[in-house]
Design a binder for this molecule. Structure first.
Ligand code: SAH
Length: 235
């Protein structure tokens, strides 16, 4: 049985034609992308020349930006329409070192253990039934000493107020129903899944949105959106 929620996939598939419209429902992902890309390189080192896997890549916002930094990137997702949009966009942009595949992360882990220098899995864990299994698969896919980056939402009341009431209902930044509170993940839970999979925690960062300036920024407040960087143990 696949670790997937069909309803979650169809939410993204239905909007697939809008992935690259920076004023669409995907605007928040476009806005946070330079921040997370910068943090990935600052924390794990330059991406140029590295083999990177982006898990739950959607339309390729992060995957394509990493390829533009000179990485050799594979993006995977289970929403076929999103992958088609991602592929077309990469083709139009003429980026050769970027490919996409419709494959579950657990299946790829069985096929290509230890193949990647860097694995990213952003804003995806809160959409799957068994996020610990995704963490474990990401850990198997990265080589010893390689980096894994996650981002997700914190399961605590402030995140409900900001990410669901605020972003979906008050400010309309995201479509209503994008997020389900019960699927949010505490940083301590995510850190434990990482440790259990042989990943050692290196850094965490919070991300906030200022509704007045309409800007996102990285900060030390992990109470709503947060990012986590780990390394696979061993050499
Ligand atoms: N990581 C991208 C997209 C985040 S949106 C970014 O941050 O820009 C969440 C993505 O997770 C969607 O593309 C959705 O199709 C994908 N997704 C949801 N469940 C999945 C699963 N079980 N396996 C792979 N991808 C999944």
């Amino acid at each position: 049985m696949q670790n997937v929620d069909a309803q979650e996939l169809s939410k993204f598939s239905d909007l697939a034609h809008k992935w690259w419209d920076p004023e669409s429902e995907f605007r928040p992902l476009h806005e946070i992308n330079p921040l997370r890309l910068g943090w990935i390189e600052q924390t794990g080192g330059p991406l140029a020349g590295r083999r990177v896997l982006d898990v739950g890549c959607g339309g390729g916002i992060l995957a394509e930006s990493m390829a533009r930094q000179g990485a050799d990137v594979l993006g995977i997702d289970l929403a076929e329409r999103s992958l088609k949009v991602a592929q077309l966009h990469a083709l139009e942009a003429g980026i050769a070192s970027l490919s996409y595949r419709e494959v579950a992360v657990e299946a790829l882990a069985a096929e290509q253990p230890g193949r990647y220098d860097v694995v990213t899995c952003m804003e995806m864990l809160e959409h799957v039934p068994d996020p610990a299994s995704v963490v474990q698969a990401c850990a198997s896919l990265v080589r010893p000493g390689g980096w894994v980056f996650f981002s997700t939402l914190h399961r605590q009341p402030k995140a409900f107020v900001h990410a669901i009431l605020g972003a979906e209902y008050l400010l309309g930044l995201l479509p209503r129903g994008t997020h389900e509170y019960a699927r949010f993940i505490r940083p301590s839970e995510l850190a434990a899944w990482c440790r259990d999979s042989g990943l050692s925690l290196q850094a965490t960062r919070g991300m906030g949105y200022n509704p007045l300036t309409r800007r996102y920024s990285l900060n030390d407040d992990t109470s709503v959106n947060y990012l986590l960087a780990c390394r696979r143990e061993g050499i």
